[in-house]
Design a protein around this ligand. Structure first.
Ligand SMILES: NC(=O)c1ccc[n+]([C@@H]2O[C@H](COP(=O)([O-])OP(=O)(O)OC[C@H]3O[C@@H](n4cnc5c(N)ncnc54)[C@H](OP(=O)(O)O)[C@@H]3O)[C@@H](O)[C@H]2O)c1
Length: 405
């Protein structure tokens, strides 16, 4: 897979300040020979740079020094994405490749709140993209949870039909804020993303449309740096933190209730980014999964065993006693959702199988990677970040639990 494919490409990247988006930005700016990257950002340029200074402090200056970045202010929930007419004209005249990674991953939003950003915004974007005169490729980031209404078994890289008329359903939700399908999905977020997929893929366009569905995203292996990733956008971290401090719904109660043999589908954020970019270069169309099969399949039982084994001694008790403010979602909601939707899904990644043999920024081969050593450090770092929030714990004397796994 040749990075030269990206030569002369002008990219429009949405969600560039987010967890996946910043990783994509790093690769597009520093690893690939793109010629220009328009980043659609909310608020101000200063706010975007401050966000990268937090998330990718060692990389942000190099990214800006490439002089490839062009900031475009907007808000994807607004008409025309909130773009000025001059910026829209620039996009219409220059962009060859759209990567749409913006979204609101909060599980606490109801359907009326999540629909504008996780469905309508993407339809606005593709509507505008139809007027981009040089556009060749449009990649939309979705989620494997769009198929959360399926029973146990294989989940293929396709849209499973559920809603007869997605356009009419969207209109109903916009008018009433309700849908009779909500309960079939893990969260309203997943229903909104399901509708977006149906409507993005049903249209006719002069460019290729690709829907890339990651499973739960985990910390990066290499890019932009090892263990990169904000806990808020790494569901296993945020769920674990939330449950840990709740005496009624602790993670170990969850462990007792979940079937040990089902897969915990997680994939490092940089492998998601590589899968996105590789499929753009291959001109893939339709639906592609980026799930655990492309990295390492671990069961729920194995995940809990390793977490317990690698957690520094005393951490769990310290955090449970202290309590941390987690914002809007409650432990009981997360507990119910995980418990109800921990299915025995085998999420197929057939379309990316060959990428496992490919090295470099567009491949999934990891010859020097040791997944267990990586997981150990990941848990230690998570424990440290939780304890840092509490401001107490002496890490110089850390001791590891020693039970066999
Ligand atoms: N995290 C996961 O485990 C996971 C799993 C599967 C799929 N995904 C999908 O991956 C994509 C990226 O998620 P992430 O984990 O990177 O989330 P994230 O860190 O929360 O990033 C979200 C990005 O979207 C932008 N955004 C939100 N609302 C916007 C709006 N109205 N207009 C313009 N930009 C807006 C945010 O900009 P601000 O900086 O201005 O807020 C931010 O850059 C999403 O489509 C998500 O559904 C994520």
């Amino acid at each position: 897979m040749d990075v030269k494919w990206f030569e002369n490409h002008v990219v429009l990247l949405t969600g560039a300040t987010g967890n996946l988006g910043s990783c994509l930005l790093y690769k597009l700016a520093l690893q690939l020979p793109t010629s220009k990257i328009f980043v659609l950002i909310r608020g101000s340029v200063q706010k975007a740079i401050e966000s990268w200074e937090q998330s990718i402090p060692e990389q942000v200056d190099n990214i800006i020094a490439t002089r490839k970045l062009q900031f475009i202010l907007g808000d994807m929930t607004q008409p025309n994405l909130g773009l000025s007419s001059s910026n829209l004209l620039r996009l219409q005249n220059e962009v060859t490749l759209v990567i749409n990674s913006a979204g609101d991953i909060s599980l606490s939003r109801d359907l009326a709140e999540t629909l504008p950003v996780n469905c309508s915004a993407h339809l606005t974007l593709i509507g505008l993209a139809d007027s981009f005169t040089h556009l060749k490729h449009f990649l939309h980031v979705s989620t494997t949870f769009v198929s959360s209404f399926l029973p146990d078994g294989a989940v293929k890289e396709k849209i499973y039909s559920l809603i007869d008329d997605p356009k009419e359903e969207l209109a109903t939700i916009l008018a009433t804020g309700q849908s009779s399908y909500t309960k079939q999905f893990a969260a309203p977020y997943a229903l909104a993303k399901y509708l977006a997929e149906c409507l993005l893929l049903e249209g006719t366009h002069t460019f290729s449309v690709l829907v890339l569905r990651p499973c739960l995203i985990s910390p990066a292996i290499e890019e932009p740096f090892p263990f990169y990733g904000s806990d808020g956008a790494i569901p296993v971290h945020s769920f674990f933190q939330l449950l840990l401090e709740d005496s009624e719904y602790g993670p170990f109660k969850l462990e007792q209730m979940l079937p040990r043999h089902v897969a915990c589908n997680e994939i490092p954020v940089d492998l998601v980014a590589r899968t996105c970019l590789a499929h753009i270069a291959k001109d893939t169309k339709g639906v592609v999964h980026a799930s655990a099969d492309l990295y390492l399949t671990r069961t729920v039982g194995e995940l809990f065993d390793r977490m317990r084994y690698y957690a520094p001694e005393g951490v769990v008790e310290t955090i449970r006693k202290a309590g941390i403010d987690h914002g809007e979602v409650t432990a009981s909601e997360v507990f119910r959702m995980i418990n109800q939707f921990a299915r025995d899904w085998r999420i197929e990644c057939t379309r990316s199988e060959e990428l496992k043999q490919v090295a470099g920024p567009l491949g999934l081969s990891l010859p020097d990677h040791d997944p267990d050593a990586f997981f150990k450090r990941r848990i230690e770092r998570l424990a440290k970040s939780l304890l840092d929030k509490l401001g107490s714990f002496d890490f110089s004397n850390k001791v590891y639990q020693s039970q066999a796994i």
